[in-house]
Write a protein that binds this ligand. Structure first.
Ligand SMILES: NC(=O)C1=CN([C@@H]2O[C@H](COP(=O)(O)OP(=O)(O)OC[C@H]3O[C@@H](n4cnc5c(N)ncnc54)[C@H](OP(=O)(O)O)[C@@H]3O)[C@@H](O)[C@H]2O)C=CC1
Ligand SMILES: Cc1cn([C@H]2C[C@H](O)[C@@H](COP(=O)(O)OP(=O)(O)O[C@H]3O[C@@H](C)C(=O)[C@@H](O)[C@H]3O)O2)c(=O)[nH]c1=O
Ligand SMILES: [Mg+2]
Length: 298
């Protein structure tokens, strides 16, 4: 079995590459310039060249604020390209596992979102990701698994945990929004969740598996509490521990509007694929230990 993963250096792609070590499938990672989501010909050419059995669609335009300034590019990459991937998959009899986001929800209320709840993205990024979901469902109705994840952190790339560590280098106090709630999700858990989907598809490519699922960390919290949890673990490893001051969204103006309630209910994924994400605190500890080791090696 061959699995083509879009993106190579992204948080999810890198974590998947590590989690897939020792597995029997062949994994192929494609990235720019040979594979460019903004260029449909390169998408179709890569799929035809590698002829995968499963496509993991992990590459995306993820700069939430910048997307407000380049909506057309964000829509091309996040909204249209996934439909091309899904179309190529369906033509070849392959499945597509496509990553989406909590930012497709409108953010009202306090109850964790279930998959069938109405969407209502408030940002260009969220709108473009929702457009991508719809394109995938339409092009590969019986052979897609869409995974809505959230607040991804890892030792790699750009993420809130790394931003916090970076800011802590120069500041003793950080002001962080405390009125947006969501489920921080370790990229390593997403990788394991994707492999659980792969196992189910391999065992029986039953079209009843097809659908949209939330796959997020087990605990919901606000960004300020997430920051405090990061610094508590970091301090235990000898790192800095700045004070985190709760602020409201209006006190931290950003170009994009983010949902106040981004909590995700992950029970459907656990029931269908038999995988549950692991506790946030221990994952933060793993990520911080890894960052410290790689910093020490430099
Ligand atoms: N990060 C998060 O907090 C969340 C992410 N998600 C979704 O999960 C998925 C994975 O996210 P994550 O791993 O964090 O993403 P990253 O931002 O870490 O990585 C994104 C990847 O996409 C690639 N990419 C961007 N534009 C293009 C393009 N035009 N053509 C080809 N590749 C491109 C980047 O390549 P390059 O290295 O060349 O720039 C990079 O490898 C995405 O679908 C995202 O929307 C969902 C919820 C939360
Ligand atoms: C750096 C910083 C951010 N914030 C706020 C801004 C924002 O509301 C929140 C998080 O900011 P970030 O820019 O790190 O996160 P953001 O880019 O919004 O993260 C999102 O990325 C996309 C790709 C997703 O799909 C989402 O699930 C989510 O993970 O923290 C502070 O309050 N203080 C700070 O010092
Ligand atoms: Mg960001």
């Amino acid at each position: 079995m061959r699995i083509l993963v879009t993106g190579r250096d992204g948080q999810v792609a890198r974590s998947l590459s590590e989690a897939a070590q020792g597995r029997s499938e062949e994994f192929v990672f494609v990235s720019r310039p040979q594979f460019d989501l903004a260029s449909p010909e390169t998408i179709r050419a890569a799929i035809r060249e590698h002829a995968p059995d499963i496509i993991v669609s992990a590459a995306a335009y993820t700069a939430v604020d910048t997307a407000e300034d380049e909506p057309e590019l964000a829509r091309r990459i996040n909204g249209e390209a996934p439909g091309i991937l899904a179309d190529e998959a369906a033509r070849a009899g392959a499945w597509i596992i496509h990553l989406s986001t909590d930012y497709v929800y409108d953010g009202f209320g306090t109850r964790p979102w279930r998959e069938e709840d109405p969407t209502g993205p408030a940002s260009v990024y969220g709108q473009s990701k929702l457009q991508g979901e719809e394109a995938v469902r339409e092009a590969a109705p019986n052979s897609h698994v869409i995974l809505r994840t959230a607040w991804v952190y890892s030792a790699f790339g750009r993420n809130f945990l790394r931003s916090m560590l970076h800011l802590a280098e120069t500041r003793s106090e950080l002001r962080v929004v405390a009125d947006q709630y969501g489920n921080p999700t370790w990229a390593g858990d997403i990788a394991c969740g994707i492999l659980a989907v792969v196992d189910h598809i391999s065992a029986s490519a039953d079209d009843r598996l097809a659908g949209t699922y939330n796959l997020a960390g087990p605990e919901a919290m606000n960004w300020a509490d997430f920051a405090r949890m990061i610094f508590a673990e970091s301090a235990a490893l000898g790192g800095k521990r700045p004070e985190v001051v709760n602020i409201s969204t209006v006190e931290y103006p950003t170009k994009a509007c983010r949902p106040a309630n981004s909590r995700l209910d992950g029970s459907a994924f656990a029931a269908t694929f038999g995988f549950r994400t692991s506790p946030t605190r221990s994952n933060i500890e793993k990520v911080l230990s890894r960052i410290r080791k790689s910093d020490a090696a430099i």
